[in-house]
Design a protein around this ligand. Structure first.
Ligand code: GLN
Length: 241
């Protein structure tokens, strides 16, 4: 039986808006297809085996939790995460997780170090937090699709010149409320500000992650997925997007 091996980074600390629910969706959608899933939690001070995971997940967190994780990520996991991404393991970061994929998160005079897996920087600028429902258009190679979610971040993220966002903002703020980009994607390294959590609201994206992480062809829909598609269509029609 195929098995999806997931490394869950700091599942207790980085779990704002129940981001851990993303793992529950991966597990269920694997199980419904007869694919196993093994989750290994990797906490503060614990080493990460770069060969051991098909998908490594880092959820969002408050600034104070991010501070703990940033120091630990750089001290104990940075090289292993680069090695895992280099062999094609998916690294998925949500919100605080997205911010930590980049070079740094600047909070006033303080700079939280990041992993440097992608070329981006995040700054806590003066001004309101960027909060609200968000929809983005993404193209993962099979045509444009929509991801829906909820964002709440004080940090504004700016991508370096060679870096591509995950998607284009249709509604909401995105990375910084200015440039129309949302998240980041460089090969298997993917970051987004979308909570929801992300995968319960976008089951198709969970399937894409499973298939890509396991090197499988596209997974067909499951019974009931038409309800999600109809809900998305109705919400988009109501929002005029
Ligand atoms: N603490 C970060 C910020 O406020 C990320 C918040 C989050 O993960 N929701 O920008």
């Amino acid at each position: 039986m195929a098995e999806l091996r997931v490394g869950a980074l700091y599942p207790d600390l980085m779990n704002i808006y129940a981001d851990r629910g993303n793992l529950a969706v991966l597990e269920r959608r694997c199980a419904w297809r007869g694919i196993g899933m093994r989750v290994t939690s990797i906490g503060i001070g614990q080493a990460l085996d770069p060969e051991a995971h098909d998908l490594i997940y880092l959820g969002g967190g408050q600034d104070r939790d991010q501070r703990l994780c940033a120091a630990d990520l750089v001290a104990t996991k940075r090289a292993a995460l680069h090695a895992a991404a280099a062999r094609g393991a998916i690294v998925l970061g949500v919100c605080g997780g997205l911010q930590l994929l980049g070079h740094e998160y600047q909070l006033g005079a303080e700079r939280l170090p990041g992993l440097g897996l992608v070329d981006l920087r995040t700054v806590r600028e003066p001004g309101p937090r960027l909060i609200g429902n968000v929809a983005i258009e993404v193209d993962l190679g099979d045509g444009p699709r929509v991801l829906a979610g909820f964002e709440n971040h004080g940090g504004r993220t700016y991508l370096g010149p060679g870096e591509r966002p995950l998607g284009r903002v249709l509604r909401g703020h995105g990375n910084n409320g200015r440039d129309g980009g949302e998240g980041v994607r460089r090969g298997p390294v993917i970051g987004t500000y979308l909570h929801g959590p992300l995968l319960p609201k976008n089951a198709w994206f969970a399937d894409w992650l499973i298939a890509t992480a396991l090197g499988m062809g596209p997974l067909g829909p499951l019974p009931g997925d038409e309800l999600e598609a109809a809900a998305h269509a109705a919400a988009r029609a109501a929002a005029g997007i």
